[in-house]
Design a protein around this ligand. Structure first.
Ligand code: G3P
Length: 218
């Protein structure tokens, strides 16, 4: 499963990129607004920090013609950019157009299997199923992920299922159990994936024993 960072903050991207496990970055208008720099500047800096990663950058218009202009502009900035498009009627039409032109897309704000079907049929590269926002409303966000993975496999769609709105490591575990292709998460969640108290305690003991024995490597 690919791991994406969900952020517009360059320092966070650089940190995760150093670990050598980062496959891409997703941004959205809210995250870019929080980053405190211009949109193009933010996206290009992220592209440089993750040279082989898929970097999602979102259109903000809601009518087809303007969305297409924005998508064409954003896609021209860097070959690794994936144009993020909301699941609305002109958005699905835009994804179809961009797929015909060979432009990669990430369809966002997907909550149901029927929305995912439209994204897959339009030729979306990634389908972003939001889980946390459904869980917040006491739903089961992972249900649509499970169904979407099954749909993509059963019907042979080429879209990759991307679990978004990830709030904690259990969402990452469940994404793996569902067979999702990608999970995107904030830096805090990615850092939490490393953690186990037995790892910390075990390492402490190893180092104490080593040092007490006066051993060295060099
Ligand atoms: O980038 C889309 C998604 O991951 C947003 O997550 O936490 O705002 O629901 P959240």
């Amino acid at each position: 499963m690919k791991l994406f960072l969900d952020t517009g903050i360059l320092d966070e991207v650089k940190q995760a990129a150093e670990w050598g496990i980062l496959d891409g970055v997703t941004t959205n208008p809210t995250l870019v607004a929080k980053a405190g720099r211009g949109f193009k500047e933010t996206v290009l800096a992220i592209c440089d920090a993750v040279p082989n990663g898929a970097i999602s950058a979102e259109v903000v218009a809601t009518d087809y013609d303007t969305m297409l202009k924005e998508a064409t502009e954003i896609a021209s900035w860097h070959p690794n950019i994936v144009v993020k498009v909301p699941l609305i009627e002109p958005g699905v039409r835009l994804v179809s157009t961009l797929a015909d032109r060979g432009v990669k897309t990430n369809v966002t704000l997907v909550f149901t299997l029927t929305q995912a079907l439209l994204a897959a049929k339009a030729g979306a590269t990634f389908i972003s199923n939001f889980v946390g926002r459904v869980d917040d409303l006491s739903g089961d966000g992972m249900e649509a992920v499970r169904d979407t993975v099954n749909m993509v496999e059963n019907y042979g769609y080429e879209s990759q299922v991307l679990v978004a709105s990830v709030r904690h490591p259990l969402h990452v575990v469940q994404a793996l159990q569902c067979g999702a292709h990608v999970a995107t998460m904030p830096l805090g969640v990615m850092k939490a994936l490393f953690k186990h108290s037995l790892t910390d305690a075990g390492l402490k003991r190893f180092l104490e024993d080593w040092n007490n024995a006066g051993l060295t490597i060099f």
